[in-house]
Design a protein around this ligand. Structure first.
Ligand code: NAD
Ligand code: TYD
Length: 375
């Protein structure tokens, strides 16, 4: 296939393009899942070029990618996915054949108190990327054996809330109920429309709740871990019986690679851990793991005594559960890390990386990149 991107004058860049098998734009690569994904690509595919575009909002942290240096395999660009000029320039400069789009506002509680940024980033930002991909003719940039792909990373929350039984399949009707899930659902619809209308090689993944290294400590698992470690109350919303289907983050990243390598354009793939847990079960497990590793809390009580049932989240979805038959049967993907092992690894990671957590809690991680970028 011929490449129709506009080459810059820079001969070195041109050479770089020639030798990299895939030229991948990752958006949101400084966030939780994006950073795990960039690390996975970096360790496994030395012939891919990864350009990480991230605005470095409160959720983006350059320290998540410490140890990965800039060169022909990696470039970091600080920027906003809503910035049309920047995105068009990047597509022209880098001659991408692959986009893996993680960048989003991702926290449901923040979407309840401030939905505006969710609409802007998740809907307008996705639209800006889709438009740039379409106008750059990026699908024509791919080499033989590495088909072009715009992979839009989404969530199971677009399907709404389940009762006690049943699972989300790829055919479940969308029924988002929070500003976060509504904005993600809108972006999924746009992505699908660009496949049907313009033939853009879009694939969509809808994944369940992730946990693991580098998760920002506002989400349930790292928040409870951090509070339990510091003898603070552990806020459990409502009766604690809401159910989430937890998946270790590296299993999610592996699934995305499978969809890139073996998936089909225009298809959606549900990704889940087949691992439903009530929130209260997750919270007590973290307490027990910490008691076992570190001894009882300062009070001499088991850490479970720190659990505090607080008023419920507005519109709190009761249960999510993924039927991942399609990706298992069609692409051969299955989670490799079971919950007990994943939680053990996660707790070990947070214990070994306390400075990372402390920098976030006291805000100094932002000073680190503010200095780098002279903000
Ligand atoms: P995160 O909040 O940890 O990271 C988001 C990243 O996007 C940050 O680095 C942030 O700086 C960047 N970003 C935000 N707005 C931006 C903008 N306007 N321009 C450029 N960069 C911007 O999120 P996450 O948990 O890693 O989730 C990544 C993706 O996966 C999201 O699309 C989310 O909807 C989806 N997802 C998350 C989960 C989960 O459990 N965390 C589950 C399923 C799907
Ligand atoms: P969260 O990690 O915010 O993910 P999501 O809302 O995308 O599922 O929350 C996971 C579950 O934990 C959800 O049911 C809300 C609940 N929760 C609490 O009970 N207490 C908390 O402090 C947080 C942040 C979440």
């Amino acid at each position: 296939m011929s490449r129709i991107c506009s080459f810059s004058d820079n001969a070195n860049r041109k050479l770089t393009r020639m030798k990299n098998k895939r030229r991948v734009l990752v958006t949101g690569g400084c966030g939780f899942i994006g950073a795990n994904f960039v690390r996975l690509l970096h360790s496994r595919y030395s012939d891919w070029r990864v350009v990480n575009l991230d605005k470095l909002t409160y959720a983006g942290n350059l320290k998540n990618l410490e140890g990965i240096s800039e060169g022909s395999e990696y470039r970091f660009v600080r920027g906003d996915i809503c910035d049309k000029n920047l995105i068009s320039r990047l597509f022209a400069e880098e001659c991408f054949d692959t986009v893996v789009h993680f960048a989003a506002e991702s926290h449901v509680d923040r979407s309840i108190t401030g939905p505006g940024t969710f609409v802007r980033t998740n809907i307008e930002g996705t639209f800006t990327l889709l438009e740039a991909a379409r106008k750059s003719g990026f699908a024509g940039n791919a080499e033989e054996g590495a088909p072009p792909c715009f992979l839009h990373v989404s969530t199971d929350e677009v399907y709404g809330s389940l009762g006690q039984t049943g699972y989300f399949t790829e055919n479940t009707a969308y029924d988002p109920r929070s500003p976060y899930s509504a904005s993600k659902a809108s972006s999924d619809h746009l992505a699908r429309a660009y496949f049907h209308t313009y033939g853009l090689p879009v694939r969509i993944t809808n994944c369940s709740n992730n946990y693991g290294p580098f998760q920002f400590p506002e989400k349930l698992i790292p928040l409870v871990f951090n509070n339990a470690l510091n003898n603070k109350a552990l806020p459990v919303y409502g009766d604690g019986k809401n159910v989430r289907d937890w998946l270790y983050v590296l299993d999610h990243c592996e699934a995305i690679v499978e969809v890139l390598e073996k998936g089909q354009d225009g298809q959606c793939y549900n990704i889940g851990g087949n691992n439903e847990k009530q929130n209260i079960e997750v919270v007590t497990l973290i307490c027990d793991l910490l008691d076992k590793k570190l001894g009882l809390a300062e009070s001499g009580q088991p850490r479970r005594s720190l659990i505090d049932f607080v008023p419920d989240r507005l519109g709190h979805d009761r249960r999510y559960a993924i039927d991942a038959t399609k990706i298992r049967e069609q692409l051969g993907w299955e989670p490799r890390v079971n919950f007990a092992e994943g939680m053990e690894r996660t707790v070990e990671w947070y214990l070994a990386n306390q400075p990372w957590v402390i920098d976030i809690v006291n805000g100094s991680y932002q000073k680190y990149y503010a200095e780098m970028y002279r903000l």
